[in-house]
Ligand binder design. Structure first.
Ligand SMILES: C[S@@+](CC[C@H](N)C(=O)[O-])C[C@H]1O[C@@H](n2cnc3c(N)ncnc32)[C@H](O)[C@@H]1O
Length: 275
């Protein structure tokens, strides 16, 4: 079955309004094509032939509702995803963070899914502190991981992962910081203690309080409309301290006037510095 035909546009809009009202998921900020594709995948899975019929299924099946919201949020991640980006952060960003004089060094992994990105950043910082014999700076570090998806945040907080999550991680790093326990790799306390996880909706203006030295928001904004992306870049600019870093996903980039608000550190790795 293909996606429901355009003639069912009213049905599509009604379904989006329902999801927005009942699950507080702001459909209108997400790219239309992406929404339609993901909804039609779930409709196909349940054999629904119209949006109205699928809405009826959602009324009686909470699990299907959860699956739909899961499909809309796309919670895939892994440790050191795009390792070259993390190598660039280690070489060009972490040393600068260490030079920050303020009492706290605050990093936000926004849209962290199941936490791998936030923990990978913690590993980079831990490694830098060890190499420089500087535990004191590590004590000033606070990494906040947040995601709209409650279940992902719960997984992140548990910090236990299957081997597949480490396909981009060197075995030496995995062995050092993620000991194997009962068939899963557990985040060691020295890394776990550097990170806190929270449920936050980026589209709600729901941000960590206080200004930040770095925002890592990768493979999240790509699902948002252009207008929403531009609004978020504005917010990120406000939230970052001057000279603070912004890291986007490999297929994401600054748009509109935000291009004048940040300078590239590495265009290839999508790392920028707030002006
Ligand atoms: C593909 S994952 C990216 C995970 C990680 N940043 C990475 O690159 O590996 C996208 C994440 O964005 C989250 N997300 C989508 N909309 C969001 C919103 N409005 N606020 C916060 N997180 C959101 C999803 O729940 C999902 O976990």
């Amino acid at each position: 079955m293909q996606a429901a035909p355009p003639a069912d546009e009213q049905g599509f809009l009604a379904l989006c309004r329902k999801i927005e009202r009942e699950r507080k998921f702001r459909c209108w900020n997400y790219k239309d094509t992406c929404l339609r594709r993901r909804i039609s995948v779930r409709m196909r899975a349940r054999g629904a032939t119209s949006y109205a019929q699928y809405a009826g299924i959602l009324d009686t099946d909470e699990k299907e509702y959860d699956r739909l919201v899961d499909a809309l949020t796309i919670n895939v991640s892994k440790f050191f995803r795009n390792p070259e980006t993390f190598a660039c952060i280690a070489a060009k960003v972490v040393p600068d963070l260490w030079a920050v004089a303020s009492p706290l060094i605050r990093i936000w992994s926004a849209g962290c899914a199941t936490g791998e990105e936030a923990y990978s950043l913690a590993v980079l910082c831990r490694e830098y502190a060890s190499a420089n014999g500087d535990q004191a700076t590590l004590d000033r570090l606070r990494i906040i991981g947040s995601d709209i998806d409650r279940e992902s945040v719960a997984v992140a907080s548990r910090g236990r992962y299957a081997a597949a999550a480490f396909s981009d991680t060197s075995p030496a790093v995995r062995e050092k910081y993620f000991p194997l326990e009962n068939g899963l790799y557990s985040v060691s306390p020295e890394i776990r203690n550097l990170v806190t996880f929270e449920r936050r909706d980026l589209l709600d203006g729901d941000e960590p309080s206080g200004r930040l030295q770095m925002i890592v928001c990768r493979n999240v904004i790509i699902y948002f409309t252009r207008e929403t992306q531009e609004r978020l870049f504005d917010r990120f600019h406000d939230l970052l301290l001057p000279g603070g870093f912004l890291v986007l996903g490999k297929v994401e980039t600054l748009l509109g006037k935000s291009r004048d608000m940040f300078a590239p550190v590495s265009s290839r790795e999508r790392i920028f510095r707030r002006l």
